[in-house]
Design a protein around this ligand. Structure first.
Ligand SMILES: *Cc1c(COP(=O)(O)O)cnc(C)c1O
Length: 340
């Protein structure tokens, strides 16, 4: 599929690594499938993650529209906000955030992790709004304020998950297809985090458009399947429509798994802690407590339930999130009580 008609900035050189995780696979027992990883945590932009791919298309559009400021939103410790800021810095743009305090009292400006990086990379301004606020309206207010002073904002939705942002994961699907061809390897399933859904939905659109017959299992990081799957379906359909594929996304192609994100988005649980420790101690690969730790907990849980057989190959997509490891030390070392 030809993506070259869409303007794109490049923030990563070449493809992200794709390799097996033999020590993790062995630790999961003799009946476990072979687990592989695609290292989208090694994408560009200080440090990169899945938002890097979406921003390649979104920022190209912002520049084409003559914007001087990127405006976006997220929860406290948002990786998406931090990577958007990094892209703005790289492009000589300014950047503002609207932060939704989903857990009341959780935004501390002087916190470690991503908050430290917001200040270090010089966010121009941020406003904190209560849980349940209309984020699109709040970002539009910021854009209007800027317009009143002669500036031009480009508003990026939460997680960069609109049709244009989803193209980043169509590009990832094509990159993965090429890597599988070069390595002579085939997978039986891909496990991805499923949040604002640009990653899951974009990848699905890329698989459909490229006729890649590989199932995707999304692990919900904030919603169980009844709520998450319609969101992913809409994102995948919007991306297919933007590509002009002329197809309807089959509802059964959208598969997500719940039960691993509780008690609440961004709050720790014991299975997440186990997964973060397991990957650190078997493969020296660092996950994060909000997203990839819970997604890996889901993968481990599904292996233990026997979802895949020995001899099958399962690919884990590492979507980044490194900075939020810092600030959760006691929890991740097992020195603070967390719910099961
Ligand atoms: C945003 C994010 C996700 C979720 O991706 P969506 O495209 O929003 O579904 C997963 N992992 C990390 C590290 C993230 O920052």
């Amino acid at each position: 599929m030809d993506l070259s008609r869409f303007a794109r900035r490049r923030y990563t050189e070449g493809a992200t690594p794709l390799h097996p995780l033999p020590r993790l696979s062995a630790a999961l027992g003799p009946e476990a499938p072979e687990i592989w990883i695609k290292r989208d945590d090694l994408l560009g932009l200080a440090p990169g993650g899945n938002k890097t791919r979406k921003l390649e298309f979104l920022v190209a559009d912002a520049l084409a529209q003559g914007a001087d400021t990127l405006v976006t939103c997220g929860a406290p410790q948002s990786n998406h906000c931090r990577i958007t800021l990094a892209a703005a810095v790289r492009e000589g743009l300014r950047c503002r955030f609207v932060i939704e305090e989903r857990v009341p009292g959780s935004f501390r400006e002087d916190a470690s992790g991503n908050h430290f990086l917001f200040r270090l990379m010089g966010v121009e301004d941020l406003v904190v709004v209560p849980a349940g606020s209309d984020m699109a309206a709040a970002m539009q207010r910021v854009a209007d304020e800027l317009a009143a002073t002669g500036r031009r904002a480009y508003v990026i939705p939460g997680g960069g998950s609109n049709a244009l942002g989803g193209l980043g994961y169509v590009a990832c699907a094509q990159e993965l297809q090429q890597q599988c061809f070069e390595l002579g390897v085939q997978f039986d399933d891909v496990v991805v985090g499923s949040g604002s859904s640009g990653t899951h939905g974009g990848l699905l659109a890329g698989f459909l458009g490229n006729r890649i017959a590989l199932p995707i299992t999304g692990i919900g990081v904030s919603r169980d399947p009844a709520e998450q799957e319609p969101l992913v379906w809409h994102e995948a359909q919007a991306v297919c429509d933007l590509l002009g594929l002329g197809l309807t996304v089959p509802r059964e192609a959208v598969v997500s798994v719940g039960g691993y994100w509780q008690p609440k988005y961004s709050l720790p649980n014991a299975r997440m802690v186990e997964a973060v420790q397991l990957l650190a101690r078997t493969e020296a690969i660092l996950l994060d407590p909000v997203y990839t730790g819970k997604v890996m907990a889901g993968l481990v849980g599904l292996v233990r339930e026997g979802r895949w057989r020995r001899g099958q190959r399962v690919l884990f997509l590492h979507t980044g999130g490194l900075p939020s490891l810092f600030g959760s030390e006691a929890v991740l070392l097992g020195r603070a009580g967390v719910p099961r």
